[in-house]
Ligand binder design. Structure first.
Ligand code: ZN
Length: 205
């Protein structure tokens, strides 16, 4: 509590970042969150980052609005999606989809945040978001989580599944192999039908 009270008046931003850091993980910030919202908007990258982390579990309309403002102004390079996770609203899908579509590359932290959001909420139009994060994501470990998110949303196509069998990351390969095996087990009738058609063709020839 005493540490929290020091934050609004601390002038040195690095010291301020260390004070805010005390409220990540174990202790939730015990006071009104306005000083933290101000820290998020600081040009000091360390202070902004720890402030985002300290606010991640708070549900508050102001956090939502700040996250959207950051997305509009700075795009995906900001840590806004991490703030949005606990404060997500359905209508936010549109701006997320647009930014993901425009990005040349999707950094690891955005992959993580998209996985977290898609885990707790359902995207109405999940395919373009998840597919583009899959395609343009930097991190192969996160790609595995994205593939699982696609499965959960029912948008994991056979084509992607086939590609995943040759993924760089073992767990993605394994996940794909299991799904392919399950899928093929479910389709014996179709295979038999195709076999019969082939026989007919041979017979006619
Ligand atoms: Zn990653």
């Amino acid at each position: 509590m005493e540490l929290a009270k020091l934050i609004p008046n601390e002038k040195d931003e690095t010291v301020k970042a260390l004070l805010v850091y005390a409220f990540i993980c174990r202790t939730k910030f015990p006071l009104e969150i306005t000083p933290l919202l101000e820290c998020v908007q600081s040009d000091n990258a360390l202070l902004s980052e720890v402030a985002v982390m300290s606010l991640e579990d708070f549900k508050d309309k102001r956090i939502h609005d700040l996250a959207i403002k950051m997305l509009m102004e700075k795009g995906l390079k900001s840590l806004a999606l991490a703030l949005l996770h606990s404060n997500y609203e359905k209508r936010d899908e549109e701006i997320i989809a647009r930014l993901i579509a425009q990005a040349a590359q999707i950094p690891h932290h955005v992959q993580l945040d998209i996985v977290a959001i898609s885990h707790d909420y359902r995207f109405v139009n999940a395919y373009p978001i998840l597919f583009k994060v899959y395609q343009k994501g930097d991190c192969s470990f996160c790609r595995w989580s994205i593939v699982r998110a696609m499965k959960r949303h029912g948008v994991l196509s056979d084509e992607i599944l086939e590609e995943c069998r040759y993924d760089f990351y073992d767990d993605t390969q394994e996940f794909a192999e299991k799904l392919v095996a399950k899928r093929d087990k479910r389709k014996p009738c179709r295979a038999r039908t195709l076999g019969r058609v082939d026989t007919n063709l041979t017979w006619r020839a």
